[in-house]
Design a protein around this ligand. Structure first.
Ligand SMILES: Cc1ncc(COP(=O)(O)O)c(C=O)c1O
Length: 373
């Protein structure tokens, strides 16, 4: 079967919207174009990545390159292992305590949104946990104001960016001496430089900042593997996954390939410091429209903990919020409806969302207020 020829045209003829989806989300156009150009014949192998054995030299090479590019981007020292797993960030909510909370110990969790709360709940099902801090009383509009940390905790878990509430740790909390810091970094992964040495374990579903759905990046400090108990099912055992180079079973080859292209794109864009500058500028435009609206737009998060990735806001009433989302969509600004648990609007400004898109949204907000304010 072949596609009609006009559908095989180059992307310059395509209609691309301003995509503010929360995940799966916008991917860089050069990445999509490269995937398109290599789809039928990857690097002269005569086949698509989709058709290739994960044991082939071409794919093994791709895995090595992808890992190295990530190491370069993050400045990741050798003592950290990198895994590309399936099951989403949600699977890590269970794998993490199964592997890294030895019997008889407890793990600390901070909760500043839905995802941290969900991670805590899964950990509770499997053993002892402590709530080290929460902002639930103020509907997760900030990171916890105070933390009550267990110096004996197996680890301290944080969610660096709460995607639904739009709340982000501006810098990581300091765990007690010897307590490993563990982070669900799904929605701000690779959006800014981080001091990797402060973390013992990081995990991120790729489908926000790093690629498509289907692969989860896990970064873990090697010494943690000593804690992994015997007898875990193989797919849930970090030692097995490390020993197998993320290929104990068939890995999500195409998702890993796209993630690899995104890493190369990030490097070409100047790395994480350059990306962070652009992300700050984008978020500044949209928060600027909120702050200059005289209260017509009301941000969910308190300014000091605002997310650079997910801008959450309300309008004076629900009917205006509905009208906003509909009219925005008509003008090519899509994915702005807030998560059903919070309502309102949410603009996700991940790495692949351009400055132009943020500018277009800020202008739309001003115009919508002029007509409806
Ligand atoms: C911060 C955070 N953690 C975890 C998840 C769950 O990720 P997954 O769908 O990959 O399991 C999400 C999804 O949106 C998220 O935003």
């Amino acid at each position: 079967m072949s596609l009609p020829s006009q559908e095989l045209g180059t992307t310059k003829h395509l209609h691309r919207v301003h995509n503010f989806n929360a995940g799966p989300a916008a991917l860089p156009l050069p990445v999509l174009e490269q995937a398109q150009s290599e789809l039928l014949d990857y690097r002269s192998t005569g086949m698509s990545i989709l058709e290739m054995s994960h044991r082939s030299p071409a794919f093994e090479n791709l895995m090595l390159e992808t890992e190295q590019d990530l190491r370069d981007l993050l400045g990741l020292p050798d003592e950290y292992k990198v895994l590309f797993l399936q099951g989403g960030a949600t699977m890590q909510f269970a794998m993490l305590p199964m592997n890294l909370r030895p019997a008889g110990t407890s793990a600390d969790y901070t909760v500043n949104g839905t995802w941290g709360k969900t991670a805590l709940k899964d950990a509770q099902k499997l053993g002892a946990t402590r709530l080290a801090g929460t902002s639930e009383a103020t509907n997760f509009d900030r990171v916890p104001e105070t933390l009550d940390l267990d110096p004996q905790a197996a680890y301290l878990h944080i969610t660096s960016n709460e995607t639904i509430h739009g709340v982000q740790w501006q810098s990581e909390p300091q765990p007690p001496q010897g307590v490993p810091l563990v982070c669900d970094i799904s929605s701000d992964f690779l959006s800014r430089p981080i001091d990797v040495g402060k973390y013992a374990f990081l995990y991120a579903g790729a489908q926000k900042n790093a690629g498509p759905a289907g692969v989860t990046v896990v970064i873990l400090r090697e010494d943690l593997l000593e804690r992994v108990p015997e007898g875990l099912p193989v797919m849930l055992d970090y030692r097995v996954q490390v020993a197998g180079g993320s290929m104990h079973n068939t890995p999500p080859t195409f998702s890993i390939y796209i993630v690899g292209l995104v890493f190369k794109w990030l490097k070409a864009e100047g790395g994480l410091a350059a990306i962070a500058r652009r992300n700050r500028e984008k978020a500044g435009l949209v928060y600027g429209a909120i702050d200059n609206s005289g209260g017509f737009y009301h941000g969910h998060a308190v300014p000091k903990d605002r997310s650079m990735m997910n801008v959450t806001f309300h309008l004076p009433d629900e009917s205006l919020e509905k009208a906003f989302a509909t009219q925005a969509e008509n003008e090519g600004l899509v994915g702005l409806k807030g998560h059903r648990s919070v309502g309102g609007l949410r603009a996700s400004l991940y790495n692949a969302v351009s400055l132009d898109s943020a500018q277009a949204l800020a202008e739309f907000m001003v115009e919508f207020q002029r007509k409806n304010g």
